[in-house]
Write a protein that binds this ligand. Sequence first.
Ligand SMILES: *Cc1c(COP(=O)(O)O)cnc(C)c1O
Length: 381
Amino acid sequence: MGGYMKISTQAVQIGLDWDTRTGAVTVPIYQTATFRHPGLGQSTGYDYSRSGNPTRQALEDGIARLDRGCRGFAYASGMAAITNLLLLFQRGDHLVVTEDLYGGTYRLFEQVFQQYGLEFTYVDTSDMAAVKGAFKANTRGLFVESLTNPLLKVADIRALAILCKERGALCIVDNTFLTPYLLRPLELGADITVYSASKYLAGHNDTVAGLVVAKAPQLAEKIYFLQNSVGAVLGPQDSWLVIRGMKTLAIRMDRQEANAGRIAAWLQRHPLVAKVHYPGLSDHPGHALLQSEAAGFGAMIAFEVKEPAQVEQLLMKTQLISFAESLGGVETLITFPEAQTHADIKPEIRKRLGINNVLLRLSVGIEDADDLIADLEQAFE
Ligand SMILES: *Cc1c(COP(=O)(O)O)cnc(C)c1O
């Protein structure tokens, strides 16, 4: 093997050579629940679409290749993917978790899995000493967001993976904000990556989907057993949409990141802005680390305005930029984490994390950066 092709090339190739019968350039949508058997005790490799579907498999193979893992899995949502991974653990197991994580993940851990006897400790995963201090005798997993939400803290995946290996814990990385185009946690030693493909991978704010990639075959077997047993699989139509989105992942990320860099620099100079959190800025605490582990800084920006009243003003007066939840699509969106995405996190924790009443989050899209800046400027006025 002469090494891997680049991610941008491999993304375009997903599903390309799937249909050898007709030569269709895109993978067909195999809208079927079941598959005819060629003979007694024989199978085409597909029996029933919960267990495996060719359109879904094209996506699963594609994400596994991009992430340099051994096998991929597609789910009905990012939360379904994370749920499947949590089922790898047993009553009494303890997990160390990023503290400023996606609100829905926090809700799942605290309000669902805690009831089944899993224990969680939330720490700043950009602080190695804090992570080490949180490990206990029964710690079996580390769940870390490679770039946190909403404050964009950077975790040292390489160091965390070594720690996990030493302590016999699974290292699971939610890499939604960076995608395999910018960061490949499995190459840095992590065991599993998980994505809300609803964000950058599908990329058009039109599909809800989740993906998982396992690095090693033994772990992949266990995850496959759970995927098939629980059944929260992604349907063939949505699998096709995610593949279609992923083909343009690289050019979208390039453009979104370039736009984010310009907007972050502009916000930093703006008199009504108190603070800008963007890892591409040289004064961001995770800037150098991300530069050493990733191929870019992504396109999420969090910023604080000076007065709470400016929050509503920005949310209501932006015209090109939509006031909506979610992120990662071609359209630029603005959200208010305290009241929206992170509303389920306890107020005292939000306060400690810095998710406050002046913090806004931008998911920068592919529009012209000048137009986006002009929209923010008129909303500030
Ligand atoms: C959106 C998101 C999720 C949840 O994914 P869904 O597809 O909405 O279920 C998990 N993690 C992160 C970082 C996210 O942004």
